[in-house]
Design a binder for this molecule. Sequence first.
Ligand SMILES: CC(C)(COP(=O)(O)OP(=O)(O)OC[C@H]1O[C@@H](n2cnc3c(N)ncnc32)[C@H](O)[C@@H]1OP(=O)(O)O)[C@@H](O)C(=O)NCCC(=O)NCCS
Length: 231
Amino acid sequence: MKYRIMEQTRPGGLLGQVYREVLIPAFPANELESETGIARTLEAGLGSLLVAVDDAGRPAGAAFGRWSPASQVQMLTYLAVDPATRGHGLGGRLLGDALETWRERYDPCLVVAEIESPDAPAVHEAYGDPRRRLAFYEAAGARVLDLPYFQPGIGGPHLRVMGMLLLVLHADPSFTQNRPDRLAGKALRTFMEEYIESSEGRKPADWDTQALLKAIDQDGGIPMARKDPGR
Ligand SMILES: CC(C)(COP(=O)(O)OP(=O)(O)OC[C@H]1O[C@@H](n2cnc3c(N)ncnc32)[C@H](O)[C@@H]1OP(=O)(O)O)[C@@H](O)C(=O)NCCC(=O)NCCS
C-alpha cells in the first residue's frame, strides 16, 4: 500500500475523520484532548496536522503539533499509526516529515514530545507498547530529559498523567552549547508554565509543578540521554 502525506493547518478537512479513526483508537481518553481543542489550535494558526492517506483517501496515520510563539517550542502532541499498518515505516516517515516541516517553518528552539515511561504497563494493544515506542523515538535521535515530568491534566490538575517522559526531538545548538548531554532550560520553562496553565485552566502552584520547574532550572542544564538499553 502506498501512502501520501499531506499537511493541513486549518480546521475542517480530514480532522474529524483523523480524530475518530486514528487518534481515538490510539490514545487513552485521559491523554487525548477534544477534537474541538485541536480545531481551536488550528483556527489560531498554531497547529499543524500531517495525515498519511492511502490510495483510497483513507487516513492511516497522523502527526499533530502545536507551536508556542512565547517559548519558540514546538510540541509533537500526537503521532499515531493505524494498528494494522504499524511496523512498516509509516510512523518514521510521518515523524521525519513533521520535523522537517516544523524546522523549516518555525526554526524552533526545541521540538519536544511526551510519552509514557517504558516501565509503564502496556494497557491495551491498540495504544502500543511503551518500550517499543521509546525505541522508535530513540531510533529517530530523541533524547530523554531527566525530569520529574507529568502530562498536564486536560481539564484540571487532578487529571494529570504522572510518570511520563519528556523527549527532545530537536534542539537548536545554542541550547546545548556547553555540553551535548545537557539542555539549557530557559525556553522549556516558559513552555511548561504556559502548557500547564492552558491545559489545566489555572496557574499551577503545587509541589509537583515546583519540583518540575526546579529541575528545569537546574545549574548547568537538564541532563538528557538515551534510555533504551536495547539501542
Ligand atoms: C509509535 C508509532 C507511531 C510507530 O509507528 P510505526 O508506523 O509502527 O513505526 P515504524 O514502522 O516507522 O517503526 C517501527 C518501530 O515503531 C515501534 N513500534 C511498532 N509497533 C509498535 C507498537 N505496537 N507499539 C509501540 N511501538 C511500536 C517499534 O520501535 C518499531 O521498531 P521495531 O520493529 O524494531 O520494534 C505507532 O506504533 C503508534 O501509533 N503507536 C500508538 C500511539 C503512540 O504510541 N504514539 C506515540 C506517542 S505520541
